[in-house]
Structure formats: structure tokens, C-alpha cells
Ligand binder design. Structure first.
Ligand SMILES: [Zn+2]
Ligand SMILES: [Zn+2]
Length: 359
């Protein structure tokens, strides 16, 4: 049995979170205790901390340990996985924080990302901004030996990006536009290239992100807001029209929550095009679809949420180098500097992409 104490950041309410000493929890029969090695800072962690969105606990409040993009080492194995010989202490692993029940009709239909009985580590159950975290054993994935803990902690966002790219259904040679060059948007660029895109156009508002996009496979960069940028493009619709000789883009994926980008996607997509909305807008935001033009061009609009059965593929993409995570992971802080990590992510100080806490 585990004994002793651990450090854990306890979120109470917006702008109130303390590093505390807590008992190391013991795994229930169906759980593993994991010693956390790396945990990424997600936009949603920033939003929870500053009160821009609420937790999924019953009352939307803490106390809760945040952090859901993590990897670590198995420290203790509960009775069920132990009896099946599934895990050993010392195994290097990453964890799907979206712990679906595998029992409801939604899960039985394979729509596990939409399970209504799910617990989400770091969102409705304790997460990984701590030295140890508990997980149900069925949501734990072994890390290939060549995959570092930091890269392993990127599996969660990458699995969501992989699911979105599968929804994008790229055909060989397609012109694919990615709007939003955050860490996931940039991994979507790499995955789109690997899926057969002929040309990937990456559009955003910050040059350092666009330039990282170039290193992971973007063919054309467009800065939509910074007039001093060498990639500045005053009218992206016209530019894509020119570059595609009037065809417009076959595939567009919106990896930002901006409704402006969601509208732009409708403008720059062509005949039989497919648009995927992936970034999260505000809960009152609406998108206006030009209905007739969309029908006349036989367009498809899809939405993509979390990840269903793409964890193995995401790990393969990291291991094989299809997605190089090292340019995407720009900052790393020790656990006791989580606050700095949150501020860097929020204020984009020092040109961050993915910011990590490492132990
Ligand atoms: Zn996340
Ligand atoms: Zn379920």
C-alpha cells in the first residue's frame, strides 16, 4: 500500500489554488496509482483557473487537482489489473483522462467520447498537477520506449487532433487549410500532410507559430492580422481563390474557437468541400451559414469533439516521427512553478506553444 504524502495543487475557486501536502491516494481495485512525470497546460486549465469556464464537478467548483494531459510511471496496481497481469510498477504510461464508462449505450455504440457517465481527470476528478494521480486501468496506455515522458504527455491533445483529421477525410492531393496554429493546430498540419494533403495552408495571427508550422509541414503561411508580418494577407479569401485558381479549399479545419475563423472557413471552402470545427467557441457563440451557396456547392460541415479510439494512432504518430512534438513543446516548469506556467500560457510570454510541468 502506498503511504506518505505528496505535493498537489488544489484548485478551490477561480484564482485560488495552493500547493499542498496530501496523503498519496491508494488505488481502488480497478485503478492504478501513477507517479506523474509530465503534465501539459491546456487552454482549459487556464480557463478554469481564471474562471472563464467551470469544472465538471457536481457543483462546478473545487477542491480539485487540475491537469489532464499527462504521462508517468505506474507506482501501484489495483487488484483487478494485477490479477490479469496487465500492469507492473515501473511501467511508463500515458492516460486518457476522459474515462468513459464502457457500459452505457453511447459507449456500446462506440461513441465513447460522448459517454455521459464519464469522469474526466483534472476536470471532474483529481488530475495530474500533483506528484501522483489515480486512473482507471482501462484508460492507461503504455508508452513506447522511444517516446519521452514529455512527448507522452502530448498524446491527449494529439489524439484529439488525430480524431479531427480523421473527421476531415482528406483525399490525396487536397488543398487543406488549417485555421489556428496552436499546438494542436500545428500537429494537425503534420497529420494532414501525412494523410495525403497536397498542400497545407496555415493561417493565424502570430508569426512564431506560423513559422513552427513550416517546420512541421505547412506549405503556405498566412498571417491574417499582423500588418508587419512577411506573411500578412489582407484578404485571405481572395488569396486562396488565387492560389487554387478559383477552386477554393477542399478541406478546412478550424483549430481555434474564433467565430471569425469559423465564418472564414465557409468562405474559403470549395465544391464538395468538408469543413471541421474543432476549436471551442464560447457557449453563446453562433455561426451563420450561407445556406444556398453551401447547398449549391454540396458542402459538408462536421464538428469534432475529444477523441474516440485514436490513442493508439496518436502514439504511433509520435513514435514514428509523423508528428515531431519537440518544436511544439516550448516551455517546461517544475511542479511548484505551476502558476508561472499558467501565466506564460495565458499571456503568451516568450512565444509559447505547449507549456509543460515536469517532475
Ligand atoms: Zn487539454
Ligand atoms: Zn458510457
Amino acid at each position: 500500500m502506498s503511504s506518505g504524502t505528496m505535493k498537489a495543487w488544489i484548485f478551490q475557486e477561480p484564482e485560488s489554488m495552493q500547493l499542498e501536502e496530501r496523503e498519496i491516494p491508494s488505488p481502488a481495485a480497478d485503478q492504478l496509482l501513477i507517479r506523474v512525470k509530465a503534465c501539459g497546460v491546456c487552454g482549459s486549465d487556464v480557463a478554469y483557473y481564471w474562471g472563464e469556464s467551470s469544472l465538471e464537478t457536481p457543483d462546478g467548483k473545487g477542491p480539485l487537482v487540475l491537469g489532464h494531459e499527462f504521462s508517468g510511471e505506474v507506482a501501484e496496481v489495483g487488484d483487478i489489473p494485477a490479477s490479469k497481469n496487465l500492469f507492473q510498477p515501473g511501467d511508463r504510461v500515458t492516460v486518457n483522462p476522459v474515462q468513459y464508462c464502457n457500459t452505457c449505450e453511447v459507449c456500446h455504440r462506440g461513441q465513447v467520447n460522448l459517454c455521459e457517465n464519464k469522469g474526466v481527470l483534472g476536470v471532474s476528478a483529481d488530475g495530474a498537477f500533483a506528484e501522483y494521480v489515480l486512473s482507471h486501468y482501462q484508460h492507461v496506455y503504455r508508452l513506447p520506449e522511444s517516446v519521452s515522458y514529455e512527448a507522452g504527455a502530448f498524446t491527449e491533445p494529439l489524439a484529439c487532433g488525430t480524431y479531427a483529421v480523421k473527421n476531415l477525410d482528406i483525399s490525396l492531393g487536397d488543398t487543406v487549410v488549417v485555421l489556428g496554429p496552436g499546438a494542436i493546430g500545428l500537429s494537425i498540419v503534420a497529420l494532414a500532410k501525412a494523410s495525403g494533403a497536397g498542400r497545407v495552408i496555415l493561417a493565424g495571427t502570430r508569426d512564431y507559430r506560423l513559422e513552427t508550422g513550416k517546420t512541421v509541414g505547412a506549405d503556405v503561411l498566412m498571417n491574417t492580422s499582423d500588418v508587419s508580418s512577411q506573411y500578412y494577407c489582407a484578404d485571405i479569401t481572395q488569396e486562396i481563390n488565387k492560389q487554387t485558381r478559383g477552386k477554393m479549399a477542399e478541406r478546412v479545419i478550424v483549430a481555434t474557437g474564433s467565430t471569425q475563423a469559423m465564418h472564414l472557413a465557409l468562405e474559403i471552402s470549395g465544391r464538395r468541400s468538408l469543413i471541421v470545427y474543432f476549436g471551442l467557441p464560447g457557449d453563446r457563440d453562433k455561426v451563420e451559414v450561407p445556406a444556398l451557396q453551401s447547398i449549391l456547392w454540396d458542402k459538408t460541415i462536421k464538428f469534432s469533439w475529444l477523441a474516440a479510439f485514436t490513442w493508439v494512432e496518436a502514439l504511433e504518430a509520435i513514435q514514428s516521427g509523423l508528428v515531431n512534438t519537440s518544436p511544439l513543446i516550448t516551455h517546461s516548469f517544475p511542479l511548484d512553478q505551476l502558476m508561472e506556467a499558467l501565466v506564460v500560457s495565458r499571456e503568451k510570454r516568450g512565444n509559447p506553444l505547449k507549456v509543460m510541468v515536469t517532475m
